[in-house]
Ligand binder design. Structure first.
Ligand code: ZN
Length: 137
């Protein structure tokens, strides 16, 4: 069994934003020569999310609207007594900052329309990190 790690770093430039990581994760998996196992894609952040969905511009706006509806920014949250980003934390609770993707015969078993998307809930940020971990053969 192999356990492999890689860290992706990038910046975000909007308050809320979707960053498509699919190509980078696939390139890492190909470089490793994965075969059968699973890939964890994990953001060590309390105000970000990672989702699997379609990268269609209209749907991306709908997704960001869903996040806003789940935890609107303009609510008087308790956490905002010491910070200004309770809504971003709450979105990360409802939409957690990780996904797990099965890998079979060297391929991630993503559905046709599934992309690996990092959701920035509290940007812009100079540095966001995503850890890719492979456990398998
Ligand atoms: Zn906070």
């Amino acid at each position: 069994m192999r356990v492999l790690f890689h860290e992706i770093s990038f910046s975000t430039n909007k308050r809320v934003q979707i960053v498509d990581l699919t190509g980078e994760v696939r390139a890492i998996a190909n470089r490793w020569g994965v075969s059968n196992g699973m890939l964890l894609v994990f953001a060590p952040h309390a105000t970000a999310s990672i989702i699997l969905n379609e990268a269609e511009p209209g749907l991306e706006r709908d997704i960001l609207n869903l996040f806003e509806a789940v935890a609107p920014a303009d609510v008087d949250y308790h956490h905002n007594r010491i910070d200004n980003n309770a809504h971003a934390h709450l979105r990360s609770v409802v939409f957690p900052p990780y996904v797990v993707i099965p890998v079979r015969n060297g391929k991630m078993l993503l559905g046709t329309w599934q992309r690996i998307m990092f959701v920035e809930n509290d940007g812009p940020r100079a540095r966001r990190t995503v850890i890719v971990e492979y456990i398998g053969e």
